[in-house]
Ligand binder design. Structure first.
Ligand code: N01
Length: 538
């Protein structure tokens, strides 16, 4: 067994969260060890290298804001950045702030256990490393544990299969191949046009049709970039005050859809469709308030799908039945148009589920399909998957898996009662996936960093979310989620995509500004709801 290395803090993951956490803690002269499974930084943008992978938040906003020099000097090329450019940015940040020396790559954390006698975490990796640290901070990401359905015969298939969330670094050549894509979420919708352009034939297996809005991507105009950079701090502040932490340069309508006539409604929808991406749902103030108001927007998009897709039967299959915005809205480039290609076909597996893989391809309850390559765009065990894959035990040896058997319980998505000195960056119960992730990450990292500074100043070695405060937060997050339409469809926000996972709406739906205000108030009141103690050995 390798010797135990003592550090102040172990951070798990070197994505956007882990990198900034390291930077902030080093400013406090703390000895930090980051542990990362990949061989470089970037997190989600390291693993999701599938063709067409791109961010759905605009590049001038999906970036760090802690360094004015960084945000002034870095240049994005497109309105929505593609994965290679975001990965290059992550690498640039690692170089610029000299982060790699404190990151242990190609190591996966397998366990973390709290030692009450000394108030320290013992963290172990799959390579047998052992670290002892006062604080353990999870920067493991919300969408990093891939979901591969339990299909029979995965090893029988003679061709190659891939998951979009674990794409090979060397890429995949689809030229002349018969290809299957399973799934029609964001990853599929982004990759399908690229795969179709190469493959001899592409067959898409769809269980549930999704709503997608065109990105209207393009190169960034110099004038636009110059204007944003001339007042970047103000621009960032305005975005932090937006519900999702992005989109301040667009108008969010305050008007009810029920107050306008047919023509005005259509015109407004057209205008917001032309803006692209998530802006579509800002056409009216109440599109997410009721099924009645939502139906107008859903009908408009279904009409657009029918106009874009030539074959009527295919268009019908592509028209989603659920509420728009209930599952995460997709943002695409030429997704629907791709079905007009002669080498693309769509198979609904709603009523004829995929049973498994065969030597030659895929078998549904209806028939066998032959392929050379199968791409699983089947998503993630979101928000809790990566945390629960590790064996995490807190006070009295209680495990996180047991604690969360009825769904994740946290205080502010930052800490869990029974697991002292453990922090979760963008954990369940925080806005996370409902917001611009980089903004939420930065807000969490700043809060955790300030909290640790406060503890050191006051010689505390122990912090734990109090049970009553945690229960009140969980109650509040559930109550506000239950007031929305979100719980009405089978989304990964609810864990509904994972067989056997408890159905609980996991992110905080009250918006980033209200959430950040609450976090600030808690800190100002001496970390109200968190128990702090001194006395652990250092
Ligand atoms: O995963 P998903 P994703 N048989 O869960 C289907 C972010 N992201 O990787 O809906 C057949 O959305 C499943 O069907 P159903 C973004 O937040 C962001 O695409 O469960 N099909 C669904 O169609 C996104 O929301 C970007 O009925 C099966 C698909 O697989 C999140 O990641 C880009 C099946 C999974 O869709 C997840 O997106 C990409 C089965 N057994 C991703 N099992 C950006 O733009 C599952 N499916 C930043």
């Amino acid at each position: 067994m390798s010797e135990v290395i003592e550090v102040d803090v172990v951070v798990v993951g070197a994505g956007f969260a882990g990198m900034y956490m390291l930077h902030k803690l080093r400013e406090q002269q703390l000895n930090v060890q980051v542990i990362e499974a990949g061989d470089d930084v970037g997190g989600t943008w390291y693993w999701n290298r599938y063709p067409g992978a791109r961010c759905d938040v605009e590049s001038m906003e999906y970036s760090y804001q802690f360094s004015e020099e960084l945000q002034q000097q870095w240049n994005w090329s497109e309105r929505y950045a593609a994965q290679p450019e975001i990965l290059k940015y992550a690498s640039h940040v690692a170089d610029r702030f000299d982060l790699r020396d404190n990151i242990q790559f190609e190591r996966r954390v397998v366990s973390a256990s709290f030692d009450e006698s000394c108030h320290k975490w013992l963290v172990t990796t799959d390579q047998g490393d052992r670290y002892k640290a006062t604080f353990c901070i999870m920067g493991t990401g919300c969408l990093s544990s891939t979901n591969l359905p339990d299909f029979a015969g995965l090893n029988d298939f003679k061709g190659n299969w891939y998951h979009t969330g674990q794409w090979p670094k060397e890429g995949v050549d689809f030229t002349g191949k018969r290809v299957a894509v399973v799934g029609t979420g964001s990853s599929a919708i982004q990759s399908i046009p690229h795969i179709a352009a190469q493959a001899a034939h592409l067959t898409v297996f769809q269980r549930t049709a999704n709503f997608s809005i065109p990105a209207h991507n393009g190169p960034l105009a110099d004038d636009f970039v110059r204007q944003i950079k001339s007042e970047y701090a103000e621009f960032r502040k305005e975005n932090r005050n937006m519900h999702g932490g992005f989109g301040s340069r667009f108008v969010r309508s305050k008007e009810s859809i029920l107050s306008v006539g047919d023509d005005e409604r259509e015109q407004q929808f057209e205008e917001n469709w032309a803006l692209g991406g998530f802006q579509f749902l800002n056409a009216f103030a109440d599109l997410s308030s009721s099924t009645e108001t939502n139906q107008f927007a859903a009908d408009f998009v279904r009409k657009k799908i029918r106009a874009m897709v030539d074959d009527e039967a295919t268009a019908t299959l592509l028209c989603p039945e659920q509420i728009i915005g209930c599952k995460r809205l997709c943002v695409d480039i030429d997704y629907y148009q791709t079905y007009n290609r002669p080498n693309v076909s769509l198979v609904s597996v709603k009523d004829n589920p995929i049973q498994g893989l065969t030597e030659n391809g895929l078998m549904t309850t209806e028939q066998e399909y032959e392929f050379d390559i199968i791409v699983f765009a089947t998503g993630f065990d979101a928000m809790t998957g990566s945390l629960l894959k590790m064996d995490i035990s807190g006070k009295d040896g209680a495990t996180l898996a047991d604690k969360w058997h009825a769904g994740p319980h946290t205080l502010l998505g930052l800490q869990v009662n029974g697991f002292p000195n453990l922090f979760t960056i963008s954990g369940p119960g925080s806005p996370s996936v409902l917001s611009n992730m980089v903004v939420s990450i930065q807000q969490h990292v700043d809060w955790i960093s300030d909290c640790i500074a406060h503890m050191r100043l006051n010689s505390f070695t122990y912090i734990e979310a109090e049970l009553a405060a945690e229960q009140a937060w969980v109650k509040h997050t559930n109550e506000i989620a239950d007031r929305t339409l979100y719980p009405t469809c089978n989304s990964w926000y609810l864990g509904a995509n994972i067989p056997g996972k408890v159905r609980v709406f996991m992110p905080y739906v009250g918006g980033l500004p209200a959430y950040a205000k609450k976090c600030d108030e808690v800190a100002k009141r001496g970390y109200e709801g968190f128990l702090m103690q001194s006395g652990g050995l250092r």
